[in-house]
Design a protein around this ligand. Structure first.
Ligand SMILES: CC(C)(COP(=O)(O)OP(=O)(O)OC[C@H]1O[C@@H](n2cnc3c(N)ncnc32)[C@H](O)[C@@H]1OP(=O)(O)O)[C@@H](O)C(=O)NCCC(=O)NCCS
Length: 439
């Protein structure tokens, strides 16, 4: 368990700007764009909008959760495919669904340490372009054939392959240690914590309602760019296409469970969908922001990552990470004007909220005498979340940071807490300060 140290040494990391593509159901408008295409398109537009000369950027931290074998280092590739100078160094990160939280905290660390003044952090995911593998026997045969000199030996390498060996293999959806998919793990959490189907559907309904209202009120204007849709480039995608303005609790209640067809409660409606998209932010020092004459959207105040045993409740990481991040921030849950929890599944959010408020959980799992507390629903995921907006794995964290800081600005709020659960039973939590909050 990480220590809860409260000191916050070093320079204050400011978030100056950010942008995302629309989040689009995979197999749809972005089906012909790879993650690096999406990342480069986004970063070029962000560079044009951020008001910072390209020569000022020191580094890029960028992530992708399901990487393409054709692009092993998406961060550097993003530099090379954009207007950034070729001498901008870059590294790729992955922390499953918390990948662009990791990119943001890496960037903030570089600023805090004084190693960099301007860092671009984000992530892109194309689940339309997920790599498909050859089976082990077929892969061995292909390698054998490539090494063979004579045609007859090349042909012989394929002898003995069965029809099954020729079947393409998709990326693993199961956790290697538990053998359960994310959906099955969320189903287990719903059962253990007694989260009803009705409660999940109501939560999913609210996610859509709030996201639809946010779009209608123009609250996402300025943070979502337009992307020309290949291959003809005659159409433009300018809006998330998963948000359902017309969904109802009744329509959600009609959907069949997906991960446990007989007894389950998790459906396509109360899960985050498979999504394509990209998001990024620009992180600088407070001094650099002043020198550039730009007003920050806000600041990174503190963060924490935590992990639990995957055979326990796989997606409960936020309940472990949030208390540590708040301790490091020197703040409590009550001080938060906004809380944004990544919605992998409604059951996962509701399970984490239950743990936040549980004395038993605090005592037994965290060794703390008091629970973290209840979250006022009026402050939670106020503009919807990943269920309605979609979840391009590596882009979600940057989307949350950007949207939360903009909302904090609209409300003149001081502090916000962000949490993300991630594969491997990891949890991430980030405490952000609004532009006028004191450090
Ligand atoms: C749950 C999952 C399997 C569903 O995939 P899918 O079957 O392609 O989902 P669809 O969007 O086609 O939805 C299925 C049906 O539900 C309906 N539906 C989905 N959301 C709805 C809503 N909010 N209201 C009403 N109907 C809805 C769709 O219209 C569709 O109906 P149809 O079959 O009549 O066309 C997929 O989204 C998934 O795997 N999600 C989890 C991803 C994951 O594990 N992420 C990691 C966690 S961080």
């Amino acid at each position: 368990m990480p220590t809860n140290g409260t000191s916050r040494p070093g320079r204050r990391a400011a978030i100056l700007a950010g942008l995302r593509t629309p989040f689009v159901k995979s197999g749809g408008d972005f089906a012909d764009l790879s993650a690096v295409d999406l990342g480069a398109t986004l970063v070029n537009e962000l560079l044009a909008r951020a008001g910072i000369p390209a020569s000022e950027y020191d580094a890029v931290v960028f992530g992708q959760v399901i990487p393409s074998p054709l692009v092993s280092l998406i961060a550097r590739e993003v530099v090379l495919r954009t207007q950034l100078p070729k001498n901008v160094e870059a590294h790729t990160v992955s922390r499953a669904c918390a990948t662009s939280i990791q990119a943001a905290t890496d960037a903030a660390d570089q600023i805090t340490l004084g190693h960099a003044d301007v860092v671009l952090a984000g992530g892109a995911e194309s689940l339309s372009d997920a790599p498909i593998f050859a089976s082990r026997p077929l892969a061995r045969a292909i390698v054998g054939a490539s090494r063979a000199r004579r045609v007859v030996d090349k042909a012989r390498a394929f002898a003995g392959l069965s029809a099954r060996d020729l079947t393409p293999v998709p990326p693993a959806l199961q956790e290697p240690t538990t053998g359960l998919t994310m959906g099955q793990s969320a189903e287990k959490m719903a059962q253990v914590n007694g989260i009803s189907r009705a409660a999940q559907d109501q939560f999913a309904y609210l996610s859509h309602r709030r996201a639809a209202d946010a779009w209608k009120a123009g609250r996402f204007d300025g943070e979502v760019m337009h992307v020309a849709v290949p291959p003809r480039y005659e159409r433009v995608s300018g809006k998330d296409n998963i948000v359902r303005e017309d969904t109802t609790p009744e329509a959600l209640a009609e959907l069949k469970p997906v991960f446990d067809k007989r007894y389950g409660t998790i459906t396509a409606g109360n899960s985050s969908p498979l999504t394509d998209g990209a998001a990024a932010i620009v992180v600088t020092s407070e001094e650099k922001a002043k020198a550039l004459g730009l007003r920050p959207l806000g600041y990174v105040r503190a963060y924490a990552y935590a992990a639990l045993d995957p055979s326990d409740q796989l997606l409960q990481g936020p309940a472990y990470a949030a208390p540590i991040a708040l301790d490091r921030a020197g703040l409590s849950l009550r001080d938060m004007d906004l809380v944004d929890m990544h919605e992998a599944f409604a059951a996962q959010v509701l399970s984490n909220l239950q743990a936040f408020g549980s004395r038993k959980f605090a005592e037994e799992k965290l060794g703390r005498s008091a629970p973290l507390g209840e979250i006022d629903p009026a402050r939670l995921n106020v503009n919807g979340g990943s269920i309605a907006l979609g979840h391009p794995f590596a882009a979600t964290g940057a989307r949350m940071i950007l949207a939360t800081l903009r909302e904090l600005g609209r409300r003149n709020g001081a502090h916000a807490l962000l949490t993300v659960c991630a594969a491997g039973a990891l949890g991430a939590a980030l405490v952000l300060d609004g532009p006028d909050a004191t450090a």
